[in-house]
Design a protein around this ligand. Structure first.
Ligand code: OOB
Length: 542
């Protein structure tokens, strides 16, 4: 068993098994079973139109698993996976599971700062990348990673491998492989983070299979589903809610979009007769506008899932008339808990709430600053535990004492209120994080990078209101001599290997920070300051 993760207490695990939430099946089984039922149906279609049947995908995953084991990758080895929305991701994901290895899923946008950290914490022995993606040569990053983390022995490349191993060459005759313990960790997901460094989220075979199965049920995914992956495949929403995995479990077809642009996505919806997809609110807004001028036939689309950040009621109300499909709001987190509006919910709830918990076994509390339950219907911080919500971040014992209550509830950092119907309304956030249109930025992580700049004495990162993204990132700087401007700071942070989505959208210089009564930087006051400034400039804010 993998060490450094926090399992559920045995009595609770026993209950989840007894009540049928955990079925004791390895995660890769969902592909095996669909391939057994419908070997000749199309499982996967790439953007260029090349397709894989279930039998082909299943066999290729088996062959790659055998090849991985021959390379010495298996049995609990962690492999950092950073692949875009291509079939290479899907094949490698199942091959790793079958080889007994643990995929550590990162986003294509991550750079040296994030990848080195994730490889270090996970103790990874391999790193899987595309050769080039979005104008960036991932092999260069791989070279830097191998210097920084010598334990990373293998670099696996989709495309031109240079001195590394081509994924296409990882191939061997399948041999029977040991089955993993379904109670053990299957994948490590990346958390949005609220502290200095990104955290890893262990998801077990049992818990993630349940996450996928229950989501597929609630969303009505079956063999007729054609699901378009628009968000990065590595994102929990697109992967497992019900996403790519839920589609394969039901025997449907997964279509991979290289980008979320209306040009790419609409063309694929028309060509492949896509029935369902999942996006973040800024993409939903873009699509709502694009239907006015893009000519594509979207009539096959019956479900648009929107989540990752809050969708306003006004655009929510426009989805069904403009796109001709049902809207589903999803308030979820890589840590576990998922809330969905249901397909048969009345439209007030679909438009005005962020859904209700997926599972009857999800336990939710809404508490005040002293962890006392607030009266029903009032707003407070959401705490949760359940059969698919983590009990601790991976190798983060100290942080876990703050991120969880002593009885195992995860502190989401989200401010919510719960309606009598059980639906949640997300009202804000208590955590020090910026949600930039679904991309999560830990203020502390970014501040630590900014503080390395010689022209910065102190830094505080806050969100500023933005009509399309919900919020963007503003860095307040107390200068030491000459403070950097926005472009100089962005160049400095890029040089340090910080992902582009984390770069501050705006920099403001301030002589001294406002302080709270206990002397902490008053971020609420800074947030008001930037909102006032934007309003005075006539941009955004309300
Ligand atoms: C999803 O997962 P993460 O891990 O990137 O981010 C989780 C956080 C939540 O704690 C909340 O702060 C925010 O993102 N969030 C929303 C939201 N959905 C997520 N805030 C308001 N309204 C929503 N609908 O973002 C994620 C994972 C699975 C499914 C969907 C989203």
């Amino acid at each position: 068993m993998l060490d450094g993760w926090v399992p559920w207490p045995e009595p609770l695990a026993e209950k989840y098994r007894a009540e049928g939430y955990w079925e004791g099946r390895p995660l890769d089984r969902l592909l095996r079973e669909s391939a057994g039922r419908t070997p000749r149906r199309t499982a996967l279609v790439d953007a260029d139109g090349s397709g894989w049947t279930y039998a082909e995908l299943d066999l290729r995953a088996d062959r790659m698993a055998a090849g991985l084991r021959r390379l010495g990758i298996g049995d609990g080895d962690r492999v950092v996976v950073q692949l875009p929305n291509t079939d290479a991701f899907v094949v490698l994901f199942f091959a790793l599971l079958r080889a007994g290895a643990i995929p550590v899923l990162t986003l294509p946008a991550h750079r040296e700062s994030e990848i080195v950290h994730v490889a270090e914490v996970s103790g990874a022995t391999a790193y899987a990348i595309p050769d080039l993606h979005d104008g960036f040569d991932h092999r260069t990053l791989a070279r830097a990673l191998r210097k920084a983390v010598p334990g990373v022995e293998h670099v696996l490349v989709a495309g031109d491998a240079a001195e590394f191993t081509a994924l296409a060459d990882i191939d061997a005759d399948p041999a029977p492989l040991p089955e993993p313990d379904p109670g053990d960790v299957a994948v490590l997901l990346l958390s949005g983070g609220t502290t200095g460094k990104p955290k890893l989220i262990p998801r077990t075979h049992d818990d993630y299979t349940y996450n996928v199965r229950a989501s597929a049920e609630v969303c009505g995914f079956d063999a007729n589903t054609v699901y378009l992956v628009v968000l990065p495949t590595a994102h929990n929403f697109a992967l497992a809610c019900p996403g790519l995995l839920g589609t394969l479990m039901g025997g449907g077809t997964v279509v991979l979009s290289p980008t979320p642009s209306p040009e790419d996505a609409f063309a694929l919806i028309e060509r492949e007769k896509v029935t369902a997809t999942a996006v973040v609110p800024p993409i939903a807004l873009l699509w709502l506008d694009a239907v006015e001028w893009e000519e594509a036939d979207l009539s096959s689309l019956s479900l648009l899932q929107v989540g990752g950040s809050k969708l306003g009621a006004e655009p929510a109300a426009r989805v069904e008339p403009a796109l001709g499909c049902r809207l589903q709001q999803v308030f979820g987190m890589a840590e576990g808990l998922l809330n969905y509006t249901r397909l048969d919910d009345p439209s007030e709830l679909v438009i005005g709430t962020q859904g209700r918990p997926l599972s009857p076994a999800d336990e939710l509390r809404v508490v005040d600053e002293d962890d006392r339950d607030v009266p029903p219907g009032e707003s407070g911080e959401l705490l949760t535990r359940g059969p698919y919500t983590l009990r601790g971040y991976y190798r983060a014992a100290e942080h876990n004492t703050r991120a969880f209550t002593t009885d195992g509830y995860y502190r989401t950092g989200d401010l919510v209120r719960i309606l009598p119907s059980g639906h949640l309304v997300v009202e804000g956030r208590a955590k020090d994080q910026i949600n930039r249109g679904g991309d999560k930025i830990s203020a502390e992580e970014l501040e630590n990078h900014i503080l390395a700049h010689p022209g910065v004495h102190d830094a505080a990162v806050v969100g500023m209101p933005d009509e399309t993204m919900g919020e963007r990132t503003c860095a307040y700087l107390v200068p030491r001599g000459q403070a950097p401007g926005q472009r100089e700071l962005a160049a400095f942070l890029t040089e340090r290997g910080v992902a582009a989505y984390k770069l501050p959208d705006r920099v403001e210089v301030i002589e001294a920070f406002p302080r709270t009564s206990v002397g902490k930087i008053d971020k609420k006051a800074l947030g008001r300051l930037i909102a006032d400034l934007l309003r005075a400039e006539g941009i955004g804010g309300n």
